[in-house]
Each structure stands twice: as C-alpha cells, then as structure tokens.
Design a protein around this ligand. Structure first.
Ligand SMILES: Cc1ncc(COP(=O)(O)OP(=O)(O)O)c(N)n1
Ligand SMILES: Cc1nc(C(=O)O)sc1CCOP(=O)(O)O
Length: 214
C-alpha cells in the first residue's frame, strides 16, 4: 500500500492487556469502524508463528477498511504475511536495513525522541516518525517523558510526518495544536476503553481538528 501521511491521523496500536478477553480481531474492527486510520500489531508476548497468524487475520480486517497494518518490531512478519509495513525502535533492526529488505513500497516507521534521531530516521528512509512519550505513559515501562515543546521541535526539524505517542487521550489532544503533528498514536485510550468504537470516534474528531484545523 502506498504511504500517505493522512493514514497517520488516528494510529491505533494493539495491546493484549488492554484488550483482555474481548479478542484482537473484534477490538481492531471496533477501532477501525470508529475511525482509526492505521493499525499497529504490537504483541511482544507471542512467538513468530503466532504473530504471523494474528497479522494474517488483522490484514483481512484492515483491508476491508483500506487501512494499513503495521507490525511492531518485526520486518520478517511483514515479509511472511504481506502486511503493509513495520515500526522499528532504537533497539530494533536498523531502518536502512529494513528499507533494503522490504523495498520502497512498504511503510517503515521509526521511533525518535530527539532531533538528531529524527533526522537520522529520515535519512535512513523512514516514512514517518513516532515521538514520545509526549504526555508520559503507563503502557510502556521504559518510555521517557517528552513534552509538547520537544515534540514541536522534532516536527519542525524533519520533512517526514511525525505522530505523537504516549499518554494521548481525548483530554489532552487539544494541547497538540500547533505542534505540527500528522497524527496521534494511541494504545490505552482506544483499546482500554469500555467502548472501543466510540472512543476511536471521539479521538478521531479531536485529532482531525488538531491536524487539519476545525
Ligand atoms: C507509532 C509508534 N511510535 C513509537 C513506538 C515505540 O516503538 P519502540 O521504541 O520500538 O518501542 P516498542 O513499541 O517496541 O515497545 C511505536 N511502537 N509506535
Ligand atoms: C508503544 C509506546 N511507545 C512510546 C514511546 O514513547 O515511544 S509510548 C508507548 C505506549 C503508548 O501507550 P498509551 O497510548 O496507552 O499511553
């Protein structure tokens, strides 16, 4: 799928603990029907084969909504399943290596919490950057607080789109106005909500207003 920065508006990232016994497929479909524009499969508790099976079934759902499916950490799952891309952090495969093995048509995202790392990600062929934890987070134990001023500096330093991640919720999305983001990446405020679909609907409206003006 050809990357377009509008795909980033509401980037929903799965989490086993938040989803609980509601089911991965059901929860992702709820997020998409509420307006999630991109899905990241982030499951660190399963082996390669299980991750591929999860990706296979999510791909069918994402295709129904014309939304890309991105795999966290693992470019081999992208190759095996035909998923749309990969998101890589500082401790994962080098972005340039991922671009080399995945080719120009797959979507590659990189994590960067400094201007230097963001520029490096851009030079290495990333399509977008995830920067956080903009508001802090309880979802990722080793995430470090970033703040909106640092996020704004990162957005201004690179030509590729940036999504804000970390503690993003309906209450604080308006604080991202004027940061220059192209989207918000959200775990618990979507998949931890009692009603995933209506949570996504509300977040999408707020995100659109910050990104496109409202
Ligand atoms: C969109 C987006 N941005 C940042 C991250 C964090 O990635 P990483 O630093 O690799 O940490 P883990 O997700 O692997 O814990 C992300 N996943 N998505
Ligand atoms: C996966 C991830 N990466 C982060 C980073 O700062 O790079 S914060 C994070 C978790 C975001 O979860 P929530 O929306 O529940 O706060």
């Amino acid at each position: 799928m050809k990357f377009d920065k509008n795909m980033l508006a509401l980037y929903a990232i799965t989490d086993r603990k938040c989803i609980g016994d509601r089911g991965l497929e059901y929860s992702v479909e709820q997020a998409l029907s509420g307006g999630a524009t991109m899905i990241q499969l982030r499951d660190k508790e399963v082996d390669f084969d299980t991750l591929c099976k999860e990706a296979d079934s999510l791909l069918k759902i994402c295709q129904k909504y014309s939304a890309p499916l991105i795999i966290n950490d693992n470019a081999d799952v992208v190759i095996k399943t035909g998923a749309d891309g990969v998101h890589l952090g500082q401790n994962d495969m080098e972005l340039a290596k991922a671009r080399e093995i995945l080719g120009k048509d797959k979507i590659i995202g990189g994590s960067a919490r400094t201007i230097e790392l963001a520029k490096k990600a851009e030079q290495s062929g990333a399509d977008y950057i995830g920067s956080g934890a903009v508001f802090g987070t309880l979802t990722k134990a080793d995430a470090k607080y970033l703040g909106t001023e640092n996020l704004k500096k990162i957005c201004g330093a690179v030509g590729i789109p940036v999504v804000a991640i970390g503690g993003v919720s309906a209450d604080n999305i308006p604080q991202l106005e004027n940061c220059g983001i192209s989207g918000v990446a959200v775990v618990s405020a979507i998949f931890g909500a009692d009603n995933i679909c209506s949570a996504a609907q509300k977040l999408r409206k707020l995100a659109d207003s910050v990104i496109y003006g409202g």
